[in-house]
Design a protein around this ligand. Structure first.
Ligand code: PMV
Length: 332
C-alpha cells in the first residue's frame, strides 16, 4: 500500500499586502517553514471514508465522501470545511468514490493564523497529496487553483497570492492573478510574532469598506503599488538597505490603511531601533507577524529587541522550493 506525502512552504509578503486585493502588484517569498500532508489507506476506515488528523492543531474529523456530494456543506466542521471543499472538487472528477478509507495527517511548523500563509500552505499540500493519492498528477497551476477554493472559504475574497507562492515557491511578483518569478535576496529575515490572533478576512473587509468611503484612500493603495514596482531592481541587486527602507515606508502606508495594531507597531519600532534596515507587518495585519530585514551582524540585537518588546522572534530563510511530493510503500 502506498503512502503519499506532500509538503508546501509558508510565506511572507515582502511588499503589497491588502493593495494586492485591489489589483495592485505585490511581492511574496516562500520561507523555510512548511506543512506536510501525509495520506495512507487505513484499515480501520471503510471505503469512501476520510479521516483528517491535524496534529499541530489538535483536531481530527471523519467524513464520508457521500456527504461531500450535497449542495450544502453547512453541516461540515468549520475548521475542516476549506479542506473538504478541496477534496470535493478533486472527487467530483472521480464520481465521489474512493475504494478504501483515506487517513490524512496534517502537520505544520508555520506560525498559525499569523500572516505566514499557514492556511494556504495546508491547502496546497492537501491538493497535491490527494490528487497524487488518487493517481492523477495535475499541474502546479491546477494545484494552486484547487488551494484557492479553500482560501475562499477562509478569507472570502483572497487575491490568490498566498496559494500561488506556497505552490511555486521562491519569490513571486503577483499582479491580477499573473505570476512572475523574481530573484530572492540573500539577506537575513527575522519574523516577529505578536501572538495576537486576528482574522485576515475582517481586515480585508475593513480595507474594502474604507476604500469605498474615502476617495483619498485609493491613493494610499496606489502608492503601495508604486512602492512594489520600485522594489524590483533592489531585489535584483540584493540591496538590503534599500529594501529595508521600503519595508518601513510600506508599514507606514499599511498603518494609514488601518490594518496595523499597537502590538505590531511596537515590534516594528523595536526592530528599527535595534538597527534593522527596516521592518513592517506582513500578511493581513491587526496582530500576527511582522518582518525585519537586517544585516547579519544585527540579527542578535533585532531578535532580542523583539523579545523585549513582547514578541516571539523566528529567524527564517527564504526558500526556492514550492510544493513537492514523496511516495513510499507502507509496511504491512
Ligand atoms: O494574512 P495572510 O497570510 O492570509 O495574508 C493575506 C494577504 C492579504 O493581501 C491581506 C489578502 C490577500 O488575499 O492577498
Amino acid at each position: 500500500m502506498e503512502i503519499v506525502t506532500a509538503s508546501a512552504p509558508g510565506k511572507i509578503i515582502l511588499f503589497g499586502e491588502h493593495s494586492v486585493v485591489h489589483r495592485m502588484p505585490a511581492i511574496a517569498i516562500a520561507v523555510n517553514k512548511q506543512t506536510t500532508v501525509t495520506i495512507d489507506q487505513n484499515e480501520s476506515l471503510t471505503e469512501n471514508e476520510i479521516f483528517f488528523n491535524a496534529t499541530d492543531y489538535h483536531r481530527s474529523y471523519k467524513i464520508s465522501t457521500e456527504n461531500l456530494q450535497h449542495d450544502s456543506l453547512t453541516p461540515i466542521n468549520q475548521f475542516f470545511l476549506p479542506f473538504c471543499v478541496i477534496i470535493r472538487e478533486i472527487l467530483s472528477k472521480n464520481n465521489f468514490t474512493i475504494p478504501y478509507g483515506a487517513r490524512i495527517t496534517i502537520s505544520s511548523n508555520i506560525p498559525k493564523g499569523a500572516g505566514m500563509g499557514s492556511s494556504a500552505s495546508v491547502s496546497v499540500a492537501l491538493a497535491k497529496a490527494f490528487t497524487e493519492f488518487l493517481g492523477s498528477s495535475v499541474s502546479n497551476d491546477e494545484i494552486s487553483s484547487l488551494a484557492y477554493r479553500g482560501e475562499q472559504i477562509i478569507h472570502g475574497t483572497p487575491s490568490g497570492i498566498d496559494n500561488s507562492v506556497c505552490t511555486f515557491g521562491g519569490g513571486i511578483l503577483f499582479e491580477n492573478g499573473n505570476i512572475t518569478k523574481i530573484p530572492i535576496p540573500d539577506i537575513s529575515i527575522i519574523v516577529g510574532d505578536t501572538g495576537k490572533p486576528r482574522q485576515t478576512k475582517k481586515l480585508v473587509e475593513k480595507v474594502g469598506f474604507l476604500n469605498k468611503k474615502w476617495d483619498f484612500y485609493k491613493e494610499i493603495i496606489t502608492a503601495i503599488g508604486s512602492l512594489v514596482r520600485e522594489s524590483i531592481p533592489l531585489l535584483e541587486n540584493g540591496d538590503g538597505v534599500g529594501l529595508g527602507e521600503l519595508c518601513s515606508i510600506n508599514h507606514g502606508l499599511l498603518e494609514a490603511l488601518g490594518v496595523s495594531s499597537p502590538e505590531l507597531n511596537h515590534l516594528v519600532e523595536a526592530a528599527q531601533a535595534a538597527g534593522a534596515w527596516g521592518a513592517k507587518l506582513t500578511g493581513g495585519g491587526g496582530g500576527g507577524c511582522m518582518i525585519a530585514l537586517t544585516s547579519d551582524n544585527r540579527v542578535k540585537d533585532v531578535k532580542n529587541a523583539i523579545i523585549n518588546a513582547g514578541g516571539h522572534p523566528y529567524q527564517m530563510k527564504f526558500a526556492q522550493k514550492g510544493v513537492s511530493i514523496q511516495k513510499s510503500e507502507k509496511e504491512n
